[in-house]
Design a binder for this molecule. Structure first.
Ligand code: RIB
Ligand code: CA
Length: 312
């Protein structure tokens, strides 16, 4: 079994991502850490517990992390996309988990899980990168126990929260720059350019809802999110960004990546939170680190993979 940790800000698509991690064969979800993002930390943490309860995973330790970005205050959340409770107002319909949060904070849980793991762990970050930046800065000794970081984030050609930025990076650009530029832990970056192309449609959601109680419960969380995407896509459907990132984590190679240096705009102009990927084919070699950026995939294969495991 491949060990996996998810750092998350549930969030409707985060809920699908957590459910996929619970259902995927050969995957051992050893921990979940929460961060501010779509909604506040207390709510993302409550939602993470409830989604894990829905998936029958009272055994997975959950710890809360950062409730604000590394450096600059940032009050913006995404309640207009995910609903005020982060799950389209339906969080209360999910079961309460008998096991609450672990008695430690997110970074401490990450350190203990990584230290005790018998083999390197895949860490999937599907919210702002604050917890991950704190972990890497304060605990260099565990870097070698991270097999790779799979990060849902970034917009290479037009953002969602601003013209330039994708929400996770925009929520804490300084943390993103630490993780994507200044650290050296292997990163697979899954930008919204690709996740948006993996959008699922009404029939896909109907199939999931009809597959069984867990699929029906997941789809019941989507009303506000689906309304948002009906407007932004111009058709019925939605983008489960985070589930696409987890799909790559549990099925390496599902997404097609290209290694390239990236940077993160941490200025205070219109580009703040933008990810600048250097895709020049003949760029001069230099000492910048590279990350594996997911630029393409067999979109139908991704959607089929998601449905087949979420509908378990
Ligand atoms: O831009 C999409 C990302 O921002 C996803 O992780 C979604 O859950 C929100 O956090
Ligand atoms: Ca998220």
């Amino acid at each position: 079994m491949s060990p996996l940790i998810i750092d998350t800000d549930p969030g409707v698509d985060d809920a699908f991502a957590l459910a996929l991690a619970c259902a995927a064969p050969g995957v051992d979800l050893i921990g979940v850490t929460t961060v501010f993002g779509n909604v506040g930390l207390a709510t993302t943490t409550r939602n993470a517990l409830r989604v894990l309860a829905l998936c029958g995973r009272d055994d997975v330790p959950v710890a809360a992390g950062a409730e604000r970005p590394l450096v600059h205050p940032h009050q913006h959340r995404a309640r207009h996309v995910h609903g005020t409770d982060g799950l389209s107002g339906r969080s209360g319909t999910l079961p309460e988990r008998a096991t609450g949060v672990a008695g430690v904070d997110a970074v401490s849980l990450l350190v203990s899980l990584l230290e005790s793991a018998p083999s390197p762990v895949t860490v999937v970050a599907i919210g702002p990168l604050t917890n991950i930046a704190l972990l890497l800065a304060a605990h260099p000794a565990v870097h070698g126990k991270i097999a790779r970081l799979v990060v849902m984030g970034g917009a290479l050609a037009g953002g969602n929260v601003t013209a330039a930025a994708e929400f996770n990076i925009w929520s804490d650009p300084e943390a993103a720059r630490r993780v994507l530029v200044e650290e050296s832990v292997p990163v697979t970056l899954v930008p919204m350019d690709l996740t948006t192309r993996c959008a699922v449609d009404g029939p896909w959601l109907d199939s999931l809802a009809a597959a069984g109680p867990r699929g029906a419960a997941l789809v019941s969380l989507t009303a506000a999110y689906r309304e948002h995407y009906a407007r932004s896509l111009g058709r019925d459907g939605m983008v489960i960004h985070d589930a696409v990132a987890v799909a790559e984590a549990v099925k390496p190679g599902l997404l097609h990546t290209t290694a390239m240096p990236v940077d993160v705009d941490c200025g205070f102009g219109p580009g703040r939170g933008g990810v600048i990927a250097d895709r020049r084919p003949a760029r001069q070699p230099d000492d910048r680190r590279e990350v594996d950026v997911a630029l393409s995939a067999d979109l139908d294969q991704v959607r089929a993979f998601l449905l087949s495991h979420l509908a378990d």
